[in-house]
Structures are given as C-alpha cells and as structure tokens.
Design a binder for this molecule. Structure first.
Ligand code: AP5
Length: 264
C-alpha cells in the first residue's frame, strides 16, 4: 500500500538515475531542471496517452517528457526491462507476463497493477506525468481512478491518438529500438544516422519480437477488445482529447499541445 503523503512530499520533484532521454528506467523521471510546465490556469499536466499499438504513443511520450519535463511511465518498457532479468530472479507471474507479451496478448491486470502500484509514488511528481500504455483495460482504468482519488490528484486529460490501420502496421514493422537506452527509430520514417546504431548512445538497434506480423495481428485484436472501450470511459468523464497521429512527430506534438491548451 502507498504511504500517506505529506505536503512536502507532494511538492518534491522525484528524481532517479537515468540519462536525459533514457526510456528504460522503471519510471522515467522529470529532470527537475525547470519549474513544472502548466496549463494556463496553473494546472500541472497529468496525462494518459491512448491509442492502438504503434500509433506513436512512446514517441510522443518521449517528447512530452523532454519538453514538459514531466515524469514518464511506460508499462511496455517496464515489462521489457523485467524480461532482461535472469529467469531465476523473475517471479512466476512475471515469467507468465513475458509469454503473454511475446504472443502480443495483454498481460493480466493483476500483474500490471502490481508493477504500477510499486511506482505509485510517481503520480505525486510535482512536474506532472505521462502514462504511456497504461491503463489498457477498464479494470486498470478503475484502479488508476481509485488511486488518484485517494491521493486527491486529478488527471488533466487523456490524449487519444488516431491513425489509419495501414499506417500503424507500416510504423510497427519498420520500428527499431535501442537495446541500451530504448530510443525508438523507424527504418524509413526516422532512421538513425548510422544503420543499426543508436544516435543517442551508440547502442545496438533491434526489432521487437512483438513487432513480427503474427504478434501485430494479436495486439490489434487485444486493442480493439480491451483498450478501445477506454475511449468512451474517458469521454464521459470529459477528459478525452482526440489527436490525429499523422505527420511528423514534431507536428503531432504541436497538435497535441494546442489541443490540450485549447481544452485547458
Ligand atoms: P507497449 O510497449 O506499450 O506497446 P504498444 O502499446 O503496443 O505500443 P508500442 O510501443 O508498440 O507503440 P507506440 O504507440 O508507443 O509507438 P512508437 O512511438 O514506438 O506494450 C507492449 C506489450 O506489453 C503489450 O502488447 C502487452 O503485452 C504488454 N503491456 C504493456 N502495458 C500493458 C498494460 N497496461 N496491460 C496489459 N499488458 C500490457 O512508434 C512506433 C513506430 O512508429 C516507431 O518506429 C516510430 O519511430 C514510428 N513513428 C512514431 N511516430 C511517427 C510519425 N509521426 N511518423 C512516422 N513514424 C513514426
């Protein structure tokens, strides 16, 4: 269970080791280099990013983390980092989670929530946060709602990225990820300067197992069945902001911020 938080804890900017653009941390912290970015009425950005696999949530979360200096939680990154642990150090639930992930299925809610709850302190980050890939089911969304309610911390908005399926599949099949810092590239859309080598840390680039065609089909079906209903869940709460995920990452970032500011 989470400890009760004092005002001092609420105001502290949570910091943790990790490079400036490193997505591999459990929770990519804000760097605390400047005062928190806020909406026009002084609200800190606390965002959930929704959208189909490969729509570009991770790419946008990275930009939001860099430019708003908000904390970044990617449950997919959490699971991929856990998969690097020795098998003997992994719990049975975590080994089962890896299998689900390889096949492109969702990890059971209980395992996901265990992981997120361990890092629940981070929702108090005074610079705000970006949740990327969580929540992904109505059960997870309810757990998050209860946690935030108990902390007295509201979400600012839920950004739903939209893109035609053909473009999503093209993005996924060309994705390459750095094995060291987890920076994300695309073989044609956003290639590294040197083939197979990360521009940021010179790490080796690899293709994710769940980006193989058979897993992509399973992931899309899981999205339609379990995650798409969250669009309505957040719409009725008045939190949903839909953004077209077409164009360059910078264009989408600008579109996201102008939609968020218009709403704020
Ligand atoms: P996760 O890692 O969250 O995968 P995902 O949601 O399927 O999302 P992706 O990371 O595939 O895509 P993205 O939208 O972040 O796109 P990206 O920016 O990389 O989860 C993986 C697995 O973990 C799940 O399948 C599940 O098993 C498990 N899991 C995780 N969280 C869970 C949860 N809460 N509950 C249950 N299970 C969970 O971009 C994709 C590509 O497009 C890249 O190559 C990128 O360079 C390129 N690109 C991005 N933007 C653009 C652009 N504007 N123009 C051209 N190319 C672009």
């Amino acid at each position: 269970m989470m400890a009760n938080n004092s005002t001092a804890q609420n105001n502290a900017i949570i910091t943790a080791p990790g490079g400036e653009h490193d997505r591999c941390g459990w929770f990519q912290p804000c760097r605390g280099v400047r005062p928190p970015a806020m909406t026009s009425n002084g609200v800190v950005w606390r965002l959930v990013l929704l959208g189909a696999p490969g729509v570009g949530k991770g790419t946008q979360a990275d930009l939001l983390n860099q430019r708003l200096d908000a904390c970044h939680l990617s449950t997919g990154d959490l699971f991929r980092a856990a998969s690097k642990q020795k098998e003997s150090e992994q719990s049975p639930a975590m080994r089962a989670a890896m299998e689900h992930m390889r096949r492109g299925e969702l990890v059971p809610d209980s395992t996901v929530w265990e992981m997120v709850r361990e890092r629940a302190n981070s929702i108090r980050c005074s610079a705000g946060f970006v949740l990327d890939g969580f929540p992904r089911t109505l059960g997870q969304a309810e757990s998050l709602r209860r946690l935030m309610e108990s902390e007295g911390i509201p979400l600012t908005a839920v950004v739903n990225y939209e893109l035609p399926l053909a473009e999503i599949v093209a993005r996924l099949s060309g994705r390459r990820t750095c094995e060291k810092c987890k920076a994300v590239y695309h073989v044609t859309g956003n290639p590294p300067k040197m083939d197979g080598v990360c521009d940021r840390c010179a790490g080796k680039l690899f293709q994710r197992e769940d980006d193989w065609p058979e897993s992509i089909t399973v992931r899309m079906a899981a999205y339609e069945r379990s995650t798409a209903p969250l669009i309505e869940f957040y719409r009725v709460q008045g939190l949903l902001v839909s953004v077209a995920a077409t164009g360059s990452p910078d264009e989408i970032y600008a579109r996201t911020m102008s939609a968020l500011r218009a709403r704020a």
